[in-house]
Design a protein. Structure first.
Length: 236
């Protein structure tokens, strides 16, 4: 599906208990390829700083079930500053689109200090849009979301099956590189989030393997879960 120049994919999300996770993980690992960025069989760490507008529309649009919505985040992997990405994730019904643009460490640090002008002369369309969001729409850092992702790839249908674990919200700072960042765990130790992403179709052999109908599908948003945890923390 293509809309306004963006390519949209299907995305299915489910909560899993630990027994189902171990069973499905064994089957998936036997057929699909582990993501090359994985540090080991547990996968890799993802840490994202999410932004939202003055009226928290990304938060409330999700909770209110708005059909078309988007959110911005700055993301790093495995705690490294070698790859810093600005991402925009757009949602259109059951379809998703993710766009990405690189940021330098100095640009990231300037943005964190509230200096949007560091992006003023950027040519990349996503950086231009983010500059406008920061400069004129009042977007500000809202919460850090941290988790481990075990990702498997199947080329036919451009399928990604991921298990997200150890989801936690940063509660004392917005700096992705703060070594003293304090986290509050969101998921129970026995919980895992299963995500299945694909283009136009999910191949039958993957559908039979994953069997998404056996799990209860959930409208899971890591941003919303962590943001609401963060809000409750500061109310205490």
């Amino acid at each position: 599906m293509t809309l306004e120049g963006r390519k949209f994919r299907n995305e299915l999300k489910y909560y899993m208990n630990i027994q189902d996770y171990f069973t499905l993980r064994q089957k998936v690992a036997a057929l699909l390829t582990l993501d090359k960025n994985s540090l080991n069989e547990e996968g890799y760490n993802i840490r994202s700083l999410y932004f939202d507008g003055l009226h928290d529309h990304a938060l409330y649009d999700k909770n209110n079930g708005v059909f078309s919505r988007e959110k911005y985040r700055i993301r790093i992997y495995n705690g490294s500053d070698q790859k810093i990405s600005l991402e925009r994730k757009s949602k259109y019904g059951d379809f998703i689109s993710k766009e990405s643009a690189p940021l330098s460490l100095s640009e990231y640090e300037a943005i964190l200090q509230g200096d949007a002008d560091v992006l003023a002369k950027k040519e990349h369309h996503l950086l231009k849009d983010f500059y406008a969001a920061l400069k004129y729409r009042g977007f500000q850092p809202r919460v850090i979301v941290d988790y481990w992702r075990e990702a498997y790839i199947y080329e036919l249908g451009n399928v990604r099956v991921t298990f997200d674990k150890k989801l936690a919200a940063g509660i004392n700072d917005f700096d992705l590189f703060n070594n003293n960042l304090v986290y509050e765990e969101i998921l129970l130790p026995e919980q895992t989030i299963l995500e299945v992403k694909f283009d136009q179709f999910l191949p039958d052999n993957i559908r039979q393997l994953v069997r998404p109908d056996q799990f209860v599908r959930s409208a899971i948003s890591k941003y919303v879960i962590c943001r609401e945890t963060n809000i409750q923390h500061f109310k205490q």
